[in-house]
Design a protein around this ligand. Structure first.
Ligand code: PLI
Length: 460
C-alpha cells in the first residue's frame, strides 16, 4: 500500500480523551443488553466510535476560544449575526433561520413548503428528512440515478439526480404538484456519494423551466466540493470556497446539520433567498426552536459553528478528511471485503449482502454485522439498510432498500490512521468467520425512526 497517497494529520493534538477496550466477555453481555442495537450501547463501552460523524467532531483551538465570546442574550445575539454573515459569505444565502440541529430545519422547511399530497423528489431518502416530508403530507420520490443503488458499481458522482426520472415525474404529476426538489450534497445513504456541479446546474435549469424550487440538504457540502475539485473537469484549479459558492448558486435555499461539515457538536439552520418563506419560517422557529436569533443554539454554539464553516473550506483539512476515509476503505478493499464503491466522503459502507450472503434481508444482515463487529473489537458502527428504511406508511410492509450496509462513519479530526488500521484488522478477522454471524428478529419495534431504539434477539 502506497502510504504517500494519504496525507498525515494537518493538525497537532492539544487535548485528549482516553478510551479503553473492554473484554470480549464484557462485550458479549453489553451487546445482548443493548438488544443488538449499537445505538443502545453506552459510549464508555466503546473503543473506537464510528457510529456517526454527527456531532462527534473535534473542534479547533479557535472554535474553543470562540466559546468564550458567546453572547447569550435572549434576543439579537452578536454570534447569530456572525453566523448569518458567514453563511452568506460561504453559501450566498441572504436569510438564515437557526435551529438546534438539521432535523429542526427539515421540520420547518417541510411545514412551509409542502402542501399535503404534493411530491418531493430527492436524490435518495434520508431518515429524518423523509420523516418530516411525510409527516407534512408530502410523498417522497427517489430520483437518484440507478447506479447509486448498486453497491459494487464504481462510477463517479453516484449522487447525481437522474434528470429523466425527475422530468418524467414533473410531467406525470404536473409541476404544481411538486413541492420542491430536495438535493443532498453528499448522499449519505448511498455511501456518502457526491453530486457533480454539472448535475446541480442541470437540475436548476430543469426546475427553472417548470417554476419549481430546489432546496439542498447542505449537511456535507464541503466533502461534496472536494470531490468536484478532485474529479470534475474544469474544477482542479478552483478553491473549495469557490466551488461551494457555485454549488449553492443553483439552490433556492438549504437545510443544514452543523454537526457534520459545520465541525461542531450541535447546531443547524435553514437558509433561504425568498423573503416570504423567511417570514413563514420565522413564525415557526419561535414555536419549535427558539427566538429567530438563536433557534435552539447557545450564543457560543453559533460562534463555534461560524468558525467551523470557514475551517471546512481549508484545503488541507478537507483533503485529509476525505483521504483518511479512503485509507480505511482501501485497506478493506485490498483484503477483499465487499464495500460500497466508490468510497464516499464521511465513511466506508460495508456491503452486508455480500458479507453475509447466508442471511436473508428480513434477518437484518447489516444490523447483525454491526453487532458482531462490536463484539469482535469494541468498534461501534451503524446499520444503514432495511432497519433504517422502516416501513411503508401506506402498506405497513418493510421497505427493502437495495443497499444493505454497515456504515463505518469517521468523525472529523478525532481518530488517527492507526485507529483506521485497528478497525480494518477487526473487520478482516470478522470476515474470516462470517458464516457464524446469526440473523436477528425484532423484540421491540418503535413506530417511527425505528433504528434508533429498536431491540432484537438472535435467531438460532
Ligand atoms: O442529525 P441532525 O438532525 O442534525 O441532521 C439530520 C440530517 C439531515 N441530513 C443528512 C444528510 C444527515 O446525514 C442528517 C443526520 N445524520 C446523522 C445523524 C447520521 O448519523 O448520518
Amino acid at each position: 500500500m502506497d502510504l504517500s497517497k494519504y496525507p498525515a494529520e494537518p493538525f497537532r493534538i492539544k487535548s485528549v480523551e482516553p478510551v479503553k477496550m473492554n473484554t470480549r466477555e464484557e462485550r458479549e453481555e453489553i451487546i445482548k443488553k443493548a438488544g443488538y442495537n449499537t445505538f443502545l450501547i453506552d459510549s464508555e463501552d466503546v473503543y473506537i466510535d464510528l457510529l456517526t460523524d454527527s456531532g462527534t467532531n473535534a473542534m479547533s483551538d479557535r472554535q474553543w476560544a470562540g466559546l468564550m465570546v458567546g453572547d447569550e442574550a435572549y434576543a439579537g445575539s452578536r454570534n447569530f449575526k456572525k453566523l448569518e454573515k458567514t453563511i452568506e459569505e460561504v453559501m450566498g444565502f441572504p436569510y438564515v433561520v437557526p435551529t438546534h440541529q438539521g432535523r429542526g430545519a427539515e421540520n420547518i422547511l417541510s411545514r412551509i413548503a409542502i402542501k399535503p399530497g404534493q411530491y418531493v423528489p430527492g436524490n435518495m431518502y434520508f431518515t429524518t428528512t423523509r420523516y418530516h416530508q411525510e409527516a407534512n403530507g408530502g410523498i417522497f420520490v427517489d430520483v437518484i440515478r440507478d447506479e447509486a443503488h448498486d453497491a459494487a458499481l464504481n462510477v463517479p458522482f453516484k449522487g447525481d439526480i437522474d434528470l429523466e426520472k425527475l422530468e418524467n415525474l414533473i410531467k406525470e404529476k404536473g409541476p404544481e404538484n411538486i413541492a420542491y426538489v430536495c438535493l443532498a450534497v453528499t448522499v449519505n445513504l448511498a455511501g456518502g456519494q457526491p453530486v457533480s456541479m454539472a448535475n446541480m446546474r442541470a437540475v436548476r435549469e430543469l426546475t427553472n423551466k417548470y417554476g419549481i424550487k430546489v432546496f439542498y440538504d447542505a449537511t456535507r457540502f464541503a466533502e461534496n466540493a472536494y470531490f468536484i475539485k478532485e474529479q470534475e473537469e474544469g474544477y482542479q484549479d478552483k478553491t473549495i470556497a469557490e466551488i461551494v459558492k457555485e454549488m449553492f448558486s443553483y439552490a433556492d435555499g438549504a437545510t443544514m446539520s452543523g454537526k457534520k461539515d459545520g465541525i461542531v457538536n450541535m447546531g443547524g439552520f435553514l437558509a433561504l433567498r425568498d423573503e416570504d418563506l423567511l417570514i413563514k419560517a420565522r413564525e415557526l422557529v419561535v414555536v419549535f426552536e427558539g427566538m429567530p436569533s438563536y433557534g435552539g443554539m447557545t450564543g457560543r454554539d453559533m460562534e463555534a459553528f461560524a468558525i467551523g464553516l470557514k475551517e471546512s473550506l481549508q484545503f488541507e483539512y478537507i483533503q485529509h478528511r476525505i483521504l483518511q476515509v479512503r485509507y480505511l476503505g482501501d485497506r478493506l478493499k485490498e483484503a477483499g471485503i465487499p464495500i460500497v464503491e466508490p468510497i464516499g466522503g464521511h465513511g466506508v459502507f460495508i456491503d452486508a449482502r455480500r458479507f453475509c450472503p447466508h442471511l436473508d434481508q428480513e434477518q437484518f444482515p447489516a444490523q447483525a454485522l454491526a453487532a458482531n463487529l462490536y463484539l469482535e473489537s469494541g468498534v461501534r458502527a451503524m446499520e444503514r439498510g432495511i432497519v433504517s428504511a422502516g416501513r411503508d406508511p401506506k402498506t405497513g410492509e418493510n421497505r427493502k432498500p437495495k443497499l444493505e450496509t454497515v456504515r463505518l462513519t469517521i468523525p472529523r479530526r478525532v481518530y488517527t490512521y492507526r485507529h483506521m488500521d485497528v478497525v480494518a484488522d477487526a473487520i478482516i478477522r470478522l470476515y474470516e468467520r462470517r458464516e457464524q454471524i446469526k440473523g436477528l428478529r425484532f423484540v421491540y419495534e418503535p413506530p417511527a425512526l425505528r433504528f434508533f431504539t429498536a431491540r432484537f434477539e438472535e435467531i438460532d
